[in-house]
Design a protein around this ligand. Structure first.
Ligand code: TPP
Ligand code: SF4
Ligand code: MG
Length: 306
């Protein structure tokens, strides 16, 4: 018989508590604002993770990027992120972001907001920012509803979904957001679900590095209002639905990617085109008229560049 004695594993003096460990996203989040207000299984958490991963992948320094949001549950994203971040008024994230970008063309400006905010009251600003090919990235979290205010019908609600303002079922035709964006002139358009964290991150990185106007639409579960009102189960059940029903078709025609209620839908990278940006056109025009008298505004330096 062997005389080897198997030693019992040494016991740790103190158990490690999760709350004592640094949060892996600490560098990117305003930890003093955590815990966040979002419901369990809401899609917004993975969108924030994907945004951080996308910024890292694009190798953009934190002081070179600003995050702008409108209102609603999605509108809270800006407030949790440790960047120059702005929580603006309903529908006005895009004109605010435009002003920010033009005052400092060295900044990347990303707008993270909801379907109701950007395509309802803010729809006019969206179409003009895309038409101008303004150098902005829009991440629209599409949960098919005005969530924060109690689940009213949104411009994206597919019929016949039940909402608090359509208790007998929605019937207005919803926007197909990638089609709208491409028609108005966006140069990069992609759609993923909040389950596709890696694909979301890659698309966000591409969108951030692409000069001009880009839209990344994220289909995300609203467990508390959309799922509950429509008896679709939990946010987790909606994620399972996405897993089984999101069909990846990169390069699909945007006209074909409209979304019907609880039917299979298309995700992917749809548009990657070239067009002069607003800033390029403006500079060309001014130079052609003013010649050497035109001094382009280059934007300010950030603190780390000094
Ligand atoms: C001028 C104005 N009108 C109405 C509101 C109320 N309001 C706050 S959030 C919201 C809905 C936002 O929906 P969405 O953008 O889809 O965001 P979600 O909560 O779904 O993420 C509305 C109408 C407001 N804040 N300001
Ligand atoms: S109400 Fe809906 S969108 Fe808002 S935090 Fe809860 S699950 Fe998310
Ligand atoms: Mg919404």
């Amino acid at each position: 018989m062997s005389d080897t004695v198997t030693k019992a594993p040494e016991r740790l003096a103190e158990p490690i508590r999760a709350e004592d460990l640094p949060h892996p996203m600490e560098k990117w989040l305003r930890m003093d604002r955590i815990p966040h207000i979002w419901c369990p299984t809401c899609g917004l958490g993975t969108v924030v993770t994907a945004l951080v991963e996308g910024i890292k992948e694009a190798q953009i320094e934190p002081d070179r990027l600003a995050v702008v949001s409108g209102i609603g549950c999605t509108g809270r994203v800006a407030g949790y992120m440790k960047f120059d971040s702005f929580h603006t008024t309903h529908g006005r994230a895009l004109p605010f972001a435009t002003g920010l970008r033009l005052s400092n063309p060295k900044m990347k400006v990303v707008v993270v907001s909801g379907d109701g905010d950007i395509f309802g009251i803010g729809g006019n600003h969206f179409i003009h920012a895309a038409r101008r090919n303004m150098d902005l990235t829009v991440i629209c979290v599409n949960n098919f509803i005005y969530a924060m205010t109690g689940g009213q019908v949104a411009p994206t609600t597919p019929g016949p979904a039940n909402t608090s303002t359509t208790p007998f079922g929605a019937f207005e035709p919803p926007f197909n957001l990638p089609y709208l964006a491409e028609s108005c002139g966006a140069v990069y358009v992609a759609r993923w679900t909040s389950l596709d964290v890696r694909r979301m991150s890659h698309s966000i990185a591409k969108a951030l590095l692409k000069p001009g106007f880009s839209l990344v639409e994220i289909i995300a579960p609203c467990s508390t209002l959309y799922a509950r009102r429509n008896r679709l189960g939990s946010g987790l059940d909606l994620l399972k639905f996405y897993q089984q029903n999101a069909i990846i078709q990169n390069g699909a025609k945007t006209a074909d990617v409209g979304i019907d209620f609880q039917r299979p839908f298309i995700v992917g990278e749809f548009v990657d085109a070239e067009r002069p940006t607003w800033e390029e056109l403006m500079r060309k025009q001014m130079k052609s008229v003013l010649g050497e008298k035109f001094i382009p505004h280059e934007g300010g330096e950030c603190s780390s560049c000094e």
